[in-house]
Each structure stands twice: as C-alpha cells, then as structure tokens.
Design a protein around this ligand. Sequence first.
Ligand SMILES: Nc1ncnc2c1ncn2[C@@H]1O[C@H](COP(=O)(O)OP(=O)(O)O)[C@@H](O)[C@H]1O
Ligand SMILES: [Mg+2]
Length: 234
Amino acid sequence: MFPLVAENLVVEFQGKHVLGPVDLRLDKGDIAVILGPNGSGKTSLLKALHGILKLKLGMVRWSCLETESVGKQMFVFQTPIMLRRSVFENLTYPLRLRKVSKAEANQRATEWLDRIALSASMQVPATRISGGEKQKLALARALITEPEMLFLDEPCAALDGKTTNEIESMLQSCVENGTTIMMSTHDIGQAKRLAKNIYFINKGKLECIQSAKTFFVKPSSINASKFIAGDIIE
Ligand SMILES: Nc1ncnc2c1ncn2[C@@H]1O[C@H](COP(=O)(O)OP(=O)(O)O)[C@@H](O)[C@H]1O
Ligand SMILES: [Mg+2]
C-alpha cells in the first residue's frame, strides 16, 4: 500500500531548472526524510508532491482519487502561518471546514491544547505566541484533522532542543497512529533520530533513496558521503 507515487517530476522557476526529473514511491507508514544542502530543492520537492507548485513535467499519483487526496494531506510550512484568530480557534478552524460539529471540534481542540501545553493561552491571538509555540500549534492544527499524509518543511529549523524534542515525539506518535510523513531537514541528527528512509537531494536530483540504516553507513553517492561528513558540496 502506498500513499503516493511521483513520476518524472520537473519544476522550473522562470525557466531555471530547480528540480527533477524525480521518480519516487512513498510507502504507507514511512517517515521519509529529505536531506540535502541549502538550495538543493527540498522545499520545492515537498510542495510539488503536495500539489502547490506548478509542475513543468510529470505527475503525482495517489492511492485514492486525486479529489479525495486533497482532504487527506496536510502541509506544515517552515515558518508557521497563524490564522488571525485565537490559539483555540486555530485548532477548531480546520475541523469546522471539514464539517465536524462544533461540540466535537471544541473537544478535540481542548485535547490538543493540553497535548501541546497551550491550554493557558487558548484565548490569546495566535500571532502573539512564541516561535516554538507557533510551530507546535501549526503541527497540532495539521494533526487534529488526522491526515493520512503529512508534509513538513524543516519543522525544527529555528527551534531550541526542548521544543525540537516535543515536535519529534509528536511526529513519532502520529506515525504510530497511521499517518505517513515526508519531511525535509538539513539536520543530520534529526534525520538519524526520525527517518525510516532517506531521500538525499542535491542540485534538484535525488541522488540516494535508501533506508536510514544503510544510508548513514553506506550512502550510495559521493555527495551524500561528503554531506554526512559535514564537508561542503560544490
Ligand atoms: N519562488 C522562487 N523563484 C525562483 N527561484 C526559486 C524560488 N523558490 C526556490 N527557488 C530556487 O530553487 C532552488 C531550490 O530551492 P528550494 O526548493 O527552496 O531548496 P531547499 O529547500 O533545499 O533550500 C534554489 O536554487 C532556489 O533559489
Ligand atoms: Mg527549504
């Protein structure tokens, strides 16, 4: 069972080639980590798979109808985007959009607030909470819909160790609950802690698709070896 297959994906910005051709298949229950240097195409790949970037070529096929896939996948951006509403309403909003009853939406939001330790700030405008709290809220707002597929773009890029730990635990438990994750990071430590499979990208090309176990011992590209060793890739 797979949530998605990408075939021959190519992305260009103003005629400049930035991604592809990419072929990949994502299996259900995976924590797939896209690892690669800055500017290598991680964000573009995630957005292309999620369907929010215009493709020059190729297609993404889902294991369900494309129209259904829209409601089953969520994307958490590197810089969390808060709705101009209270912390609580940020959590109920996606549920109300999905026609969940007000009573159930309130109950689920209350549970999630507790899980991310933001109950005391539930009425605060979400734009006012700290960066780490925003990132946790953005993740909770995605997970509250129980997505089958979750895309995350460098979810811990600007966070301290404690918040990073909390977010990594949230990700691990959501995979245990059946969500498939594809996320990017340039943090090798995070990839080692979380990944089942590694997608190493360099200059828009997927150079390695390997299990995390194998990748960190025997990466299948020279650039990946350099990246793991902390060397600069030219
Ligand atoms: N909106 C855009 N317009 C033009 N070029 C872009 C745009 N977004 C990204 N790029 C270029 O595409 C390449 C890949 O970027 P990106 O996917 O953001 O990489 P990463 O997430 O790995 O840092 C980079 O060369 C970047 O400059
Ligand atoms: Mg990026």
